[in-house]
Design a protein around this ligand. Structure first.
Ligand SMILES: [Zn+2]
Length: 269
């Protein structure tokens, strides 16, 4: 009995030590009120979340800060959290940027290089028609101290690309964004969160410092800079769930969510 209890206690301790130092990376898309769209977070909810972070002493950091912390042991501020935006919608500039600036916060946007300043027609399924940020707006995004990363050239499923296309998507998007925005592009975000070993080795070949996935298909047990798990912030999420998602226990919440998904999948089968 005592041995069992001690083993369980040791396991819990190992678990806590292992996951206590992970930094939550949140994934946003649009900041807009669009009924029925899971990836469009109403501005008032976004404001509520930023206010929560501010009030509770969280500090937003960039992916470069994260990289420097893990690779060079650079210190981080207390309660660090990373905010990321996928696809570079114009409402990120019009709505989110003023809110971030007002609170002295940082965020990272991932751009689809061939879709900058255009209508969101790469999303050929039931999405509200909108626009992405223009180059001039991105200059202001950068000037405000925000980070910029690549989300490829055309937003394909990278695991379905042949080697030539894969290399082009990763290398050419980096080149175009660096040239147009005079900024170093050092992080990649996998479209739809999909990647495999071939994708990761090409990302490394293209000199990215890291790449972001979604928690559902990223490893959680080890910290991998080329498969960082992100946590989606859906439109209808209550604040208490957001509170857990940014807490130091967020990884446990993610694991439970993953488990829930796995069970649901098995039941459906
Ligand atoms: Zn995307």
């Amino acid at each position: 009995m005592l041995v069992t209890l001690l083993s369980i206690a040791t396991l819990i301790l190992v678990f806590l030590i292992r996951f206590n130092n992970r930094i939550p990376i949140l994934m946003y898309h649009r900041i807009a009120t669009v009924p029925g769209e899971r990836n469009s977070l109403p501005p008032e909810k976004f404001k509520e979340q930023l206010d929560y972070l501010k009030k509770h002493g969280y500090n937003t950091i960039t992916l470069n800060d994260l990289y420097n912390h893990y690779s060079l042991q650079a210190p981080l501020p207390p309660k660090p959290v990373i905010l990321t935006f996928d696809d570079g919608y114009e409402d990120n500039f019009l709505i989110a940027l003023p809110m971030l600036k007002e609170r002295n916060m940082k965020a990272t946007v991932f751009l689809i290089a061939n879709w900058v300043g255009k209508e969101n027609k790469w999303e050929n399924f039931n999405h509200q028609l909108t626009r992405t940020m223009k180059w001039e707006q991105l200059q202001q995004w950068k000037a405000a101290g925000m980070e910029i990363g690549s989300h490829t050239l055309e937003h394909p499923f990278l695991t379905q690309c042949d080697e030539v296309r894969l290399l082009e998507e990763l290398m050419e998007s980096k080149r175009v964004l660096e040239e147009k925005l005079a900024v170093k592009i050092e992080f990649l975000c996998y479209p739809y969160g999909f990647f495999d070993d071939k994708t990761i080795s090409t990302v490394k070949q293209c000199d990215y410092k890291g790449a972001l996935a979604i928690f559902a298909n990223a490893p959680l047990w080890k910290q991998d800079m080329y498969a960082l798990p992100r946590i989606p912030v859906p439109s209808r999420q209550p604040l208490w769930e957001f509170v857990i998602k940014v807490s130091r226990w967020h990884i446990i919440f993610i694991m439970l969510r993953k488990l829930e998904r796995g069970v649901k999948y098995l039941i459906r089968k």
